[in-house]
Design a protein around this ligand. Structure first.
Ligand code: DX5
Ligand code: ZN
Length: 222
């Protein structure tokens, strides 16, 4: 079963509650929340307070993608704000394994994201500790960028690594995904599809979610 994870980064924040409820009704399973610190990436978004408030108006799984330096300083705050999945960047901390263990201890699912230049093979010794592996298919920081074609090969490599070492780990892909390539990323092994622009930059985000689910229905979804 493929999961659609609308990325709130592209949503209309004047109508945020209605937008979240629309994608929820449209069949989205996760709500992807991009946390940016202006240091790890050249953009700034929101912190735990916003997530805590949004938690009151949604039952969706809160999938927090931390694009921040020193993520170990903040994971407890995001967990208590209501994050269900906490994903940090491999490139952002020297102690990834320790942090994964801590995230699980505080009751969240633990994920690692890798930037486009980071090889999947870097995760060989840590894949067993992952609940989720996020392959970035754009350079993180902004919505609406172009999908990097090499990401398809990385997804296939990630799929093999997961199948061999930790089949329970979910494979997520994030950046530049839409109608033109969603079937390809699924065929390459992705199970959680993050989409910002192609869901929220439409007149009816809920309908966009339904359209993507329908597109995948015949695409050999895992
Ligand atoms: C980018 C973020 C993404 C972003 C994706 O750094 O991690 O989640 O919102 O947006 P689209 O789908 O528009 O590329
Ligand atoms: Zn993201």
């Amino acid at each position: 079963m493929i999961k659609i994870a609308p990325s709130l980064l592209s949503a209309d924040f004047c109508n945020i509650k209605a937008q979240i409820q629309e994608v929820e009704r449209g069949g989205a399973q996760y709500l992807h929340l991009d946390v940016m610190d202006g240091r790890f990436v050249p953009n700034i978004t929101w912190g735990p307070k916003i997530i805590r408030d949004l938690r009151k108006c949604s039952q969706l799984v809160f999938d927090c993608h931390l694009m921040i330096e020193e993520p170990e300083r903040y994971v407890d705050d995001f967990r208590s704000a209501g994050a269900d999945i906490i994903t940090f960047h491999y490139e952002a901390t020297p102690h990834a394994q320790r942090l994964l263990t801590h995230i699980r201890k505080i009751g969240a699912k633990a994920g690692i994201a890798i930037n486009p230049q980071t090889p999947v093979s870097m995760l060989q010794d840590i894949v067993g500790d992952l609940d989720l592996l996020l392959v970035m298919s754009v350079n993180p920081g902004f919505g609406g960028q172009t999908f990097i074609a090499r990401s398809l090969a990385k997804l296939r490599e990630a799929r093999s690594l997961i199948d061999a070492s930790n089949p329970a780990c979910e494979l997520e892909v994030d950046g530049g995904i839409g109608e033109e390539n969603i079937r390809e990323v699924v065929a390459a092994g992705a199970q959680v599809i993050v989409m910002g622009n192609s869901i929220f930059n439409t007149p009816h985000p809920g309908e966009a979610c339904k359209k993507f689910s329908a597109l995948l229905a015949g695409a050999g979804a895992r």
